[in-house]
Design a binder for this molecule. Sequence first.
Ligand code: ADP
Ligand code: MN
Ligand code: MN
Ligand code: MN
Length: 336
Amino acid sequence: MAYKAEYIWIDGAEPTQKLRSKTKIMADDEIPGIWGFDGSSTNQAAGESSDCVLNPVRVVPDPIRGGANKLVLCEVLLTNMKPHPTNKRAALVTTAKKYAKHEMWFGIEQEYTFFDGIKPLGWPDNGFPAPQFGYYCGVGADEIFGREIVEAHSDACMVAGLTIAGTNAEVMPAQWEFQIGPIGPVECSDEMWLARWLLYRIAEDFGVSATLNPKPIEGDWNGAGAHTNFSTKQMRASYAPIEQACRALGEKWELHVKNYGYGIERRLTGRHETAPWNRFSWGVSNRAASVRIPWQVAVAKKGYAEDRRPNANMDPYTVTRLITDTVCSYAEKGGK
Ligand code: ADP
Ligand code: MN
Ligand code: MN
Ligand code: MN
């Protein structure tokens, strides 16, 4: 029987790229191949030469339509088959290949917030809910809003074969998190974009929107980040390379912060479990540091580090590329 392939791609929206998708009906034995779209409607082309190319990079079962239907994550190419300027994946693939022998792994914690119209889901029409305290990993209808969507989303990620590692309710009510990884940089980033698409698509059926706004509510409410955990083969074997990676990130702190998501200075204030965006720090167990070495890593003397700076609205292709480049190039220069 014929099936549906949902072609998913990343547009040219500024300052933060958005997901788009459209449906292609496929013959039962047809394998998803290249396709096109109107780039003039996605900030990816001018009207007079509007065609852009969709090149499939990852095909997974479609957990929403079920059956033989597929989700087809694509990269965007120009009609000469070169990467489109908005295609951040191509540069990551190059960097990942260059440093393949370091066997980089990433685990990304994606925080997000459910909105019901103009207010976070479950918030009162006027005023605010009780101050932050009981919500993080909470239970009960007075503290938890949207769990049925979170459950449907994690089930969908599992059916799609994504490497989802877990979910939890966050510090601000209506804020949640899921984690992808640990897997290679390209795989982790592709899966993160697919998981984001599934989140928006599933919340749609509940009449709810999910947002990656890094600071959805000003004031005494936590922002939303995308803590990026990473390790090289060496970091997974001993401790000195972990400290070396932290120093490497310190040397390039400004390049990283500039590319960790729009509005980062609104979130990295030095309050609400963040370090100030312009003062790099690292430490064991420290959730007020830019980069944290988890306590169990310090005890085991091997493992990984957590870059706590990336915003929820970061591009995983860009963030994993920068970390791979900074950490691996520093290691190859002998930690100098
Ligand atoms: P926390 O909320 O305490 O910061 P989480 O449990 O939400 O931590 O996320 C930790 C993430 O670290 C997990 O998603 C996992 O994928 C990732 N991780 C675990 N081990 C490694 C590793 N060796 N390299 C990279 N990432 C890792
Ligand atoms: Mn977490
Ligand atoms: Mn979190
Ligand atoms: Mn974390």
